[in-house]
Design a protein around this ligand. Sequence first.
Ligand SMILES: Cc1ncc(COP(=O)(O)O)c(C=O)c1O
Length: 408
Amino acid sequence: MSQLALLGGTKMKRKPFPSWPQYDETERRALNEVLESRLWWRTEGTKTLEFERAFARYHGAKHGIAVTNGTAAIEVVMAALNIGAGDEVIVPDSTFVATASAVLFAGAMPVMVDVLPETDCIDPALAEAAITPRTKAIIAVHLGGHPADLDRLSELSARRAIPLIEDCAHALSSEWRGRRVGTFGIAGTFSFQASKLMTAGEGGAIIINDDELERLARSVHDCGRMPGQWFYSHYIYGSNYRLSEWQGAVLNAQLGRLDEQTARRHRNALLLDKLLAEIDGVTPQKLDPRCTRNGHYAYIFHFEPKVFAGVPAEKLMKALEAEGIPCEPGYPPVHSLDLFTSGAYRQRLAGEQRTREHSFLKQSYPNAQRAFSEAIWIPQPALLGDEEDMGEIAAAVRKLQGNAKELA
Ligand SMILES: Cc1ncc(COP(=O)(O)O)c(C=O)c1O
């Protein structure tokens, strides 16, 4: 086994991965059109509206609303559902902070529950056990692109009459039983931040089927206005979450490329599943057979520390990076973030909820912990490579495992 690049050996990766973001003349032309039209503002422009319609159509959803980012998308849904002080919203412990902070922004309490060990997505049984009379919604996160168990979550949502929101920030174009994620719940939220599956630098979207919820969400995203009404009439609480025409124009172009890119990412991930499963101590995130397509914001694999000589994830990732393979840690469990452990989150709460003891501070979340400390993420642009690239990723992981003792 050759020496690790981190320790002076030759790096495994020879040719560079595809660069990200990707663009061509379509983006350039669309941006130029916006420039020359002088319609740079969503309100009087056409590009963002066009994108909203195309995005909704892509998902078979009735409505699409473009917003400033993926955090804002959740905040708008919270406000449209009238979630606020005294309420609770169930979220997975393994996610980016935004899933929980958007709940806090509404003045409600995010209630973290552990995830399933195979997919790192919310455990539906634990979500049900966390329901109280205060529960106003459940947010499922399709981590890394793999859908949460939408059969069980949809059934739970219907049986307990608690709205399900899908945080699809990672899962654009993922499918569950052949249907794109985002319309299984009452609303699906998306992010177009730079690392996401399509991007305008920043950006977000909400898809909704329910007409009344869409009316409210659209109003919240535009200062409480109602479509067709006088500009200075403001009917409900709202803010300015509008997406600019520049971003609408870029996203229209990006959407046109998405299916081909998704097919490539999914195909490469299946190959990686096969190659990595052959390495002792490595378990790829499980692909549930009901997930008919994984959009793959990231390729996630778990490693067994004892097979990797007890080397911590951080050091393994340093060694993998040195081999030329981009990689990232999973999310630190939400309940363990300073925001929560320091008590700062209470500043967003009111009344009895602000001072009450919250059980999550004492609870353990073993699977979310493992999804952080025993997992490595390979970001999505690497999956746009070819078979040779996948072979090199697998060879680098194998090299890491074979040399783990020297790293220890
Ligand atoms: C799961 C999840 N939800 C929400 C967001 C928030 O999206 P944005 O960064 O566009 O606000 C992110 C962003 O990384 C995310 O990963």
